[in-house]
Each structure stands twice: as structure tokens, then as C-alpha cells.
Design a protein around this ligand. Structure first.
Ligand code: DHB
Ligand code: FE
Length: 281
């Protein structure tokens, strides 16, 4: 049977990827951030997941206003990095895990009544590749297979935090019913507070970010009731990305052990947040 090994919440700021790709991680601006994520790398190397489900949002790269799936699962056998304007990131292609992806899709649609979009061909942008770089560094090949789970957080109406939480729970049931002996982890990406546009560009709300870091660990049921209006007001227009952390948390046990927490400002215009969590059995 598949074994669930843990969950990670991490922001996916694109300039973190650029800092890695251009060997700037030891420069004064970036060193504190990369020192702070080191325990994630240690955890990932020890946990050795065979498959990571990466919950992320596409930033008008593969999808856009012409086609905006609410929840899309990548069921293909490989996913190349998308060219977001400076050429594709120099990271390996993601190797997919179509068997598990299809099992999850089948379980979601048939058993759980979640009507999921199935994507057989897709490129993946910084929302997915930056978290992989944070967890695994710069290998020639990613040490795990990847199932992209893409969430619409860009175009109204986005799914609620509670819907995301329920999706996470449904995904966990799908993992538990997968007969093959593999280790599976889930990453929830995006957030924390950030606004990239308009009068409030650069908004950082640290007390509100703390509410999310604490709430994800301790009171996810309560956090799942958060409205989009609250998120937009408190965390900024792109802060809504943090609803993707609810999918990760929903996939975990009721009680979790906090293996590592890190919070850092600034990372570009965004507050960087990281949680590494394991189930309390
Ligand atoms: C930026 C973009 C993002 O998608 C994000 O989540 C955080 C920051 C940026 O362009 O700085
Ligand atoms: Fe983003």
C-alpha cells in the first residue's frame, strides 16, 4: 500500500528560483532564506518520497483566461518547465506518475464527487518548480516523480479554502487506497502575504501570516472557514494563493508534528513561509 510520509507548505516566489539558477544563494540578500530552508532539504533527503503531489497555481503560463480549470491533475508522464519570459528554468523535467495520478482522478470523480480536470500534456511554471528546487536543490534529475495539482487562484471565482481542505482529505483517501508500495508526500505552495500590483503592491502582513502558520498546524478546521474577502484584505491580492496550503493540510492527519517552521521577509515583494509537517499517528 502507498505510505504517506508528510506535507510541506512553502511559498513559491520566482526570484528564489532565479537565485538558485544564478548561484546567488550565498549572497547577503538570499543567504538567510537559504539557511532557513536547509532543514527542508534534510527532511526531504531522509523521507525520500517516491512521489510528490505538488499543489500549485499556474500563473497564466500553461493555462490562462482562455482556459481556467478550478482543479487540474497532471496525469502525463513528463512535465517540462514553462518559459515564463526568460527561457525555461534550467531544471530537470518532472517525471510524472500516471498510474497514481489516474487512481487519484478516478477516486476523486467517482468516489468523492470532485469533478477534476485531467491534463495529459502540460508545462509547469515557477509555482511548481521553485518548491522542488527548495526541497531538492539542483540535481540532474528530480529524486522523485511529480504529480502536479493545479488550482485556480487567479480568476474569480476561486475555490473556497474549505473546498480545498475537503479536496485534501479526499486525496488522502485516494492515496490510502493505492495498492502499490510507494512513499507519497504532498506540497502546498504559494503565499504568504503578497500583492504584486496596484496601490498596495508590496503589502506584507506578518501578524496575519502568523495566524496562517499557526492555524495550519493547530486549527485547520477553523482556518478552512477563512473567506476570500478576508484573504484579499489581510494578505493582498496574491495572498489568496495560501488556500492551496489547505489542500496539503487536508491530506494530513488531524494532529501533525511540526518538523520545521521558517518565516522570512523579504523574498522579492513577498513574505516567505515554510512548514514541514508529519502526521501524528
Ligand atoms: C511573485 C510571484 C508569485 O507567483 C508569487 O507567488 C510570489 C511572488 C513575484 O513575481 O515576485
Ligand atoms: Fe504565485
Amino acid at each position: 500500500m502507498a505510505k504517506f510520509v508528510g506535507g510541506v507548505a512553502t511559498s513559491h516566489v520566482p526570484s528564489i528560483g532565479a537565485a538558485i539558477d544564478h548561484n546567488k544563494t550565498q549572497e547577503a540578500y538570499w543567504k538567510p532564506l537559504f539557511d532557513g530552508i536547509e532543514p527542508l532539504r534534510t527532511w526531504a533527503a531522509e523521507a525520500q518520497p517516491d512521489v510528490v503531489i505538488v499543489v500549485y497555481n499556474d500563473h497564466a503560463s500553461r493555462f490562462g483566461l482562455d482556459l481556467t480549470p478550478t482543479f487540474a491533475v497532471g496525469a502525463g508522464s513528463s512535465f517540462l518547465p514553462h518559459d515564463e519570459g526568460y527561457g525555461p528554468r534550467p531544471v530537470p523535467p518532472c517525471v510524472g506518475e500516471p498510474d497514481l495520478a489516474w487512481h487519484i482522478v478516478e477516486s476523486l470523480v467517482i468516489n468523492e464527487e470532485f469533478d477534476i480536470t485531467i491534463v495529459n500534456e502540460m508545462t509547469v511554471d515557477h509555482g511548481l518548480t521553485v518548491p522542488l528546487s527548495l526541497a531538492f536543490g539542483q540535481p540532474d534529475q528530480w529524486p522523485c516523480r511529480v504529480i502536479p495539482l493545479c488550482v485556480n487562484v487567479i480568476q474569480y471565482p476561486q475555490p473556497t479554502a474549505n473546498r480545498c481542505y475537503k479536496l485534501g482529505k479526499a486525496i488522502r483517501r485516494a492515496i490510502e487506497s493505492y495498492p502499490t508500495d510507494i512513499k507519497v508526500a504532498i506540497f502546498g505552495t504559494g503565499g504568504l502575504s503578497h500583492q504584486l500590483q496596484g496601490e498596495r503592491a508590496g503589502l506584507i502582513n506578518t501578524p496575519y501570516d502568523m495566524k496562517w502558520l499557526n492555524g495550519i498546524v493547530e486549527t485547520p478546521e477553523q482556518l478552512a472557514q477563512t473567506t476570500h474577502l478576508e484573504l484579499l484584505t489581510e494578505a493582498g491580492s496574491e495572498g489568496l494563493e495560501v488556500i492551496m496550503w489547505m489542500i496539503m493540510r487536508g491530506a494530513m492527519a488531524k494532529d501533525v508534528r511540526e518538523v520545521h517552521r521558517f518565516y522570512h521577509v523579504p523574498a522579492s515583494n513577498t513574505a516567505y513561509g515554510l512548514l514541514v509537517l508529519e502526521d501524528v499517528e
